[in-house]
Each structure stands twice: as structure tokens, then as C-alpha cells.
Design a protein around this ligand. Structure first.
Ligand code: PEP
Length: 235
């Protein structure tokens, strides 16, 4: 499958960040190497989709509500992201699971809402440090997949060990391979499985060549065009 390099800007990015994205689009060019995606905060989705129109970079959301519209103050639906020109939406990121108490059942509903809107969900799973140290990483990821994946439709899975996000810590390549092989056994050969957690230009090449790693979900290093392009060009 074609690789996907996805950037998650989290709660970062004012209007001035559009220029950084335009620089990324210029560097990526026709995107022959891989699919490229930026998920900015909601406030920038429309402007970024316009800025990147005609480029090889797609735009996505970082979260959505489970229904299309209604009395849910402060929430955003997948249909709204689609209407703004988005193509993907991340669901179940560990920061949503931790900060907003999102559980697998809710993440599954969100993934299904993303599919109904005609977008591709990127469903995040991954163990905490305690779970890894207890030897439970595989069991945790299996349970999250069983609870969070939609029953049908095309989606992307991102394996993001919670302890590797934003910390500079990365699992060994053997540990990444082990979990990705496990995920592969659950999702089949056509589903892209991304690795996420402290991916940088300096470690991207070795991570992206691990078996069953079909791309990366990148937080911090997606904010600067030079870093993000450094990861893209490692493919
Ligand atoms: C993320 O939050 O999805 C992520 C992988 O962050 P970072 O690359 O900063 O570790």
C-alpha cells in the first residue's frame, strides 16, 4: 500500500502557520513518494484547505462529534470538516482519550461518523508506559482495536504508544514490528497502519522500513516544513 505521512498540529497554529504549510506543499511537490496530510486545529481547516488546494497535501480534522449536527455547543461534526475541504479525521488520539475520557465505544462511533461524512478515519491506539512495563502492550492494543474499529469501511490505524508521544522516546524497531504485525493480523493487508510517537527526520527512515509500517503520524515534527519534509523524504 502507498505510504501516508500525516501531521497532527494539535492545539498549535495561528493564521501565520498557513505560510509554513504552503512551504511544505512546495517541498512535497507532486507527492510522488507518499500521501501527505496535515490535521490543523479546526480554526484553520478551511483556510488550510484553500491554501493547499491543487497541492499534493490533504487536510483533516483531529477529532469530531458522533452526530452530523445539533445541540452540542463547542463541538464540530465530520460533515463540517468535509464541508471545509477535509479528507481525513483523526479519532481516539490518546490526548482525547486522556483529556476527555473518550473510551473505545465512543471512538468507534466517531470513526463511523467520519465514514458517513465520506472521510477516512485515522483511529489511534497505543499502550501507556505502565501497560508496556507490565508486558500488556499487545493485549491493550488488541482490546482497543476490538472496541474502536468500525464494522466496515476503509480506515487507517495509528499505533501510538502513549509514552512515546512528545517525549523523544521511541520503542525498539522490534517492538514496533511486533505491534504492527499484531495490528496487521486484525485489519488485513489493505488497511494502512501508521506508527506515531516522536518520529523525527533522524529516525524516520529506520521506522518507515519496519515491516507493516505504512507511514507515520507526526506531532511536534509536523509543525516545521523542514522537519516534516525530512520525514516525508525518508520514504
Ligand atoms: C501525536 O501526537 O500523534 C504524536 C505522534 O506526537 P509526537 O510526534 O510529537 O510524538
Amino acid at each position: 500500500v502507498r505510504k501516508l505521512i500525516a501531521g497532527n498540529w494539535k492545539m498549535n497554529g495561528l493564521k501565520a502557520a498557513l505560510a509554513e504549510a504552503a512551504k511544505m506543499a512546495e517541498m512535497v511537490g507532486d507527492g510522488n513518494g507518499a500521501d501527505v496530510l496535515i490535521c490543523p486545529p479546526f480554526t484553520l481547516i478551511g483556510a488550510l484547505a484553500e491554501e493547499l488546494d491543487g497541492s499534493a497535501i490533504r487536510v483533516g480534522g483531529q477529532d469530531c462529534h458522533v452526530v452530523e449536527s445539533g445541540a452540542h455547543t463547542g463541538d464540530i461534526s465530520a460533515h463540517m470538516i468535509a464541508d471545509m475541504g477535509g479528507n481525513y479525521c483523526i479519532v481516539g488520539h490518546s490526548e482525547r482519550r486522556a483529556d476527555h475520557g473518550e473510551d473505545d465505544a465512543l471512538v468507534k462511533q466517531k470513526a463511523e461518523a467520519v465514514l458517513r461524512a465520506g472521510l477516512t478515519p485515522i483511529i489511534c491506539v497505543g499502550e501507556t508506559r505502565e501497560e508496556r512495563e507490565a508486558g500488556k502492550a499487545g493485549d491493550v492494543v488488541s482490546a482497543q482495536l476490538a472496541g474502536s474499529l468500525p464494522d466496515s469501511g476503509q480506515y487507517v490505524v495509528a499505533y501510538e504508544p502513549v509514552w512515546a508521544i512528545g517525549t523523544g522516546l521511541v520503542p525498539t524497531l522490534e517492538d514496533i514490528a511486533e505491534i504492527h504485525t499484531l495490528v496487521r493480523s486484525k485489519v488485513g493487508s489493505k488497511t494502512r497502519i501508521l506508527y506515531g510517537g516522536s518520529v523525527k527526520p533522524s529516525n524516520a527512515e529506520e521506522i518507515l522500513t519496519v515491516a507493516n509500517v505504512d507511514g507515520a503520524l507526526v506531532g511536534g515534527a509536523s509543525l516545521k516544513a523542514d522537519d516534516f519534509y525530512g520525514i516525508y523524504s525518508a520514504i
